[in-house]
Design a protein around this ligand. Structure first.
Ligand code: SF4
Length: 366
């Protein structure tokens, strides 16, 4: 039986356990070093001995796709031989405020110009049970949940990758393979460990969890110690169209209930809510649907992110043509909705979620 991963443990438990054997300042410095993936993080022999039963091993890289725009998609292997995807996206600042950034700039005390930033996109499950009809990750169904350590380590690997390129990881989005809130407890623990000042030390305002709207999971996140921002994958303004796109097992909550729950999350946590909407040609991109989307979001302070669809081999969906996407955007704007069209990144690689894993599984290395 392999040692349990250090990154799977709750940071609060580790601090308590190790501080009983070594000075707390050494424990804190050592945990920060471990979360920077330093191979010898322990300050002092007593601490090294106390932590001896915790594994520091990191997932190995199976393959990568480097797109011309700087985006890198990694396929990494887990201890049981399964694989998940994670992506480094340079040039994304996320929702960290200018005030928070200048405070962080002052914190390093060097007066040096801060490095340009990057975002990490991580997976929360092997496969996915949500079954969104346009997505490669859902095609094979769910294999298993990732534990908190497996999720955390993807972000830490990408932070190391970013640092090697002179970039500072400022943002982590849970938008890779899996429905994060089908695995809410492990996702909440990973968010906590990544943002704890003695562990990952990432800014809490830089974390966003995406969900198709799993209401019990939203409750878990809202009640956690570090609630992240939320992105609700709505994809349609009415229940019938939505059910044809998002076939979440075992339950898909109605649009109105999902929006009310997102509003309650925002009020309880003070975090932002974004509505994600993948534009699918002839499915959910009509003028009437834009008007209806504006109506169901009236009075909510949610941003809308319109996402150009990445085609997946074997699936019948096409991206909405740019002029129709612009018209959809314009209608939302005219109705007072704050809306953006997401820039496509890594489009020359296996860009859609789950594509690299699928392609690698179809063509195993010799
Ligand atoms: S889009 Fe996300 S939630 Fe939907 S099937 Fe794909 S991985 Fe799962």
């Amino acid at each position: 039986m392999p040692d349990p991963s250090l990154f799977e443990a709750r940071v609060e438990d580790l601090l308590e356990e190790l501080s009983a054997k070594a000075p707390p300042e050494n424990v804190q410095k050592s945990l920060r070093a471990a979360y920077l993936l330093h191979p010898e993080p322990w300050h002092g022999r007593a601490l090294r001995d106390a932590a001896a039963g915790r594994s520091l091993s990191v997932p190995s890289e199976i393959s990568r796709v480097d797109a011309p725009d700087g985006t890198t998609k990694l396929l990494v292997s887990l201890a049981d031989g399964r694989a998940v995807e994670c992506v480094l996206i340079p040039g994304v600042r996320g929702t960290e405020s200018r005030l928070a950034m200048s405070a962080r700039n002052r914190e390093d005390g060097t007066g040096r110009k801060r490095r340009p930033t990057a975002a990490a996109c991580v997976s929360s499950q092997v496969g996915c049970a949500a079954g969104c009809s346009f997505c490669a990750s859902g095609l094979g169904g769910l294999t298993r949940n990732l534990d908190a350590g497996e999720i955390t380590l993807q972000a830490l690997l990408l932070r190391r990758e970013a640092a090697a390129r002179g970039l500072r990881l400022s943002t982590v989005v849970f938008m890779g393979m899996g429905e994060p809130l089908h695995n809410a407890a492990n996702v909440a623990r990973a968010v906590r460990n990544l943002t704890h000042r003695h562990a990952g030390a990432l800014p809490p305002s830089g974390i966003t969890v995406s969900t198709v709207g799993i209401l019990p999971g939203m409750d878990v996140l809202a009640g956690s110690k570090s609630p992240p921002h939320l992105a609700i994958s709505l994809h349609a303004p009415d229940d019938a169209t939505r059910a044809s796109i998002v076939r979440t097992a075992p339950k898909l909550w109605p649009v109105a209930e999902t929006i009310d729950a997102a509003q309650a999350y925002r009020e309880r946590t003070g975090r932002h809510v974004t509505v994600s909407y993948v534009l699918l040609d002839g499915v959910n991109d009509s003028q009437e649907m834009a008007v209806e989307l504006a109506r169901v979001l009236r009075g909510r302070a949610f941003h809308v992110n319109l996402i150009p669809h990445n085609a997946v081999d074997g699936l019948p969906f096409r991206a909405t043509p740019p002029e129709r996407a612009s018209r959809f955007w314009k209608i939302l704007r005219e109705h007072g909705v704050v809306v953006h069209i997401r820039k496509q990144r890594g489009a020359d690689g296996e860009a859609a979620c789950g594509q690299l894993r699928r392609r690698t599984a179809e063509s195993p290395p010799p």
